[in-house]
Ligand binder design. Structure first.
Ligand SMILES: *Cc1c(COP(=O)(O)O)cnc(C)c1O
Ligand SMILES: [Zn+2]
Length: 411
């Protein structure tokens, strides 16, 4: 009998041509260059049911993750993030039931820790001594932290204009932090060649199927936290598409295994200033890169999500999904609303989903009688923004009492 700590990963399958491979070190399809996905022993998943999951935390989902040897399963306590019932925010938005999956409580403050856990574990599994990523900040700090935890070198190539909290974090955890000029696209082609020479393990978002897989645990946690009665709708952000694709795949996998009756309807959320997937979805056309400028949702600034973006579109079209975008001021408004109504402090990238949901509800594009879950992907504590005024007041007892009493009288 399968032990509950065994991985049930059985093969890598090409999503473009259908070729299959044993689950070894492979980043894309030999036959056609297509993206690969991991496939699992569905018969065992079906036969054993959710009782297969044991233990706590992220590696509770080890049977549906591709890391065979428990010794390689690196952890900083990622996952097991709260799924918060948000009645005040629900009332504010006019929806019956709203759940926020808050990823800001991960060890480095973002959803990236889920993929860093499986990426760095895979680097150990395939015998690499170093990892690498090209990043605007969140991925860099996360991969650096997990690499340090695993005793691996990390070559973190970070955008020179990354926020101060992110740079501080990366310089503390990365073995080798290298700042680059220009934009991500200028460097990534050159970096890919070093991956091919196996100088380091690819911890980027574009093609590594092992890294990608960690974010699937989002779907498993949401299902488990709702007692296997999944929400009707799940809103997920899209930059390159890892969160979206992995979450959608997780729900489909559970449905195929008979763990949940139906997969939720997926909504893809983008920043209006970086919205290639939303444009293609609306027009029905193929995905075309868009030239992007600055958006406060820094982690969503991907103008050319490439093949993973096409995968997002395919899942949206097959699953009767929906896509929407939000302007920067709407995103900042959602950030304040979430903080005030529910006490959740998230960064702008993290609340783009909420801003998009508010717009879709206002436009009547979603049924407000449904249960809706929104993935909020980062803490607000890593954001760099202008501080509110620092001018303080000197009080005596009378003036202090007067201030509080007067304020309490106002609504
Ligand atoms: C990277 C990131 C995302 C989404 O990225 P994908 O490439 O689409 O997976 C969302 N939110 C935050 C905070 C991120 O750092
Ligand atoms: Zn192929």
């Amino acid at each position: 009998m399968t032990s509950s700590t065994d991985s049930l990963a059985r093969e890598l399958g090409c999503i473009a041509c259908g070729a299959t491979y044993a689950p070894g070190y492979r980043l894309e399809c030999d036959a056609c260059g297509g993206l690969l996905e991991l496939r699992y022993d569905l018969d065992t998943l079906r036969a054993r049911g959710p009782a297969l999951l044991t233990g706590a935390g992220f590696w509770r989902y080890a049977p549906v993750l591709p890391i065979a040897d428990p010794a390689h399963r690196v952890s900083l306590g990622e996952g097991a993030t709260p799924l918060l019932e948000c009645p005040r925010l629900a009332r504010h938005l006019g929806v019956r039931r709203l759940l926020v999956k808050f990823e800001g409580s991960n060890p480095t403050g973002t959803v990236k820790d889920r993929t860093s856990a499986t990426a760095v574990a895979a680097a150990l599994q395939f015998g690499f001594g170093a990892t690498s990523v090209v990043s605007t900040g969140n991925a860099g700090s996360s991969i650096a932290a997990y690499s340090a935890r695993a005793g691996l070198r990390s070559f973190v190539f970070a955008y020179e204009r990354a926020s101060a909290p992110k740079l501080l974090h990366m310089s503390a955890t990365a073995s080798d932090l290298i700042l680059y000029k220009g934009v991500y696209d200028d460097l990534i082609g050159l970096w890919d060649r070093l991956v091919e020479e196996r100088l380091f393990f690819d911890c980027g978002a574009t093609r590594n199927p092992y890294k990608h897989e960690g974010k699937k645990t989002l779907a498993y946690e949401i299902a488990e936290q709702t007692g296997w009665r999944t929400p009707d709708v799940v809103v997920a952000p899209v930059a390159v598409g890892e969160v979206f694709v992995a979450t959608a795949r997780g729900f489909r996998e559970m449905q195929a295994a008979g763990w949940i009756p139906a997969a939720p309807r997926m909504v893809a959320a983008q920043a209006a200033r970086a919205n290639p997937v939303v444009r293609a979805f609306r027009s029905g056309a193929a995905l075309a890169p868009v030239k992007i400028g600055y958006t406060v949702a820094e982690g969503l600034a991907a103008g050319d999500p490439g093949r993973k973006g096409e995968w997002v579109l395919r899942l949206l079209r097959e699953g009767k999904g929906l896509a929407g975008d939000a302007e920067d001021d709407e995103i900042l408004e959602a950030q304040r609303t979430l903080a005030r109504t529910e006490g959740v402090w998230a960064g702008p990238t993290g609340v783009a989903t909420l801003a998009v949901l508010a717009k879709l509800l206002a436009a009547g594009a979603l049924d407000p009688a449904q249960t809706i879950a929104v993935i909020v992907t980062e803490t607000g504590l890593k954001t760099e923004a202008a501080l509110p005024s620092r001018a303080g007041t000197a009080f005596d007892e009378a003036s202090l009492r007067r201030l509080v009493v007067e304020r309490l009288r106002t609504a």
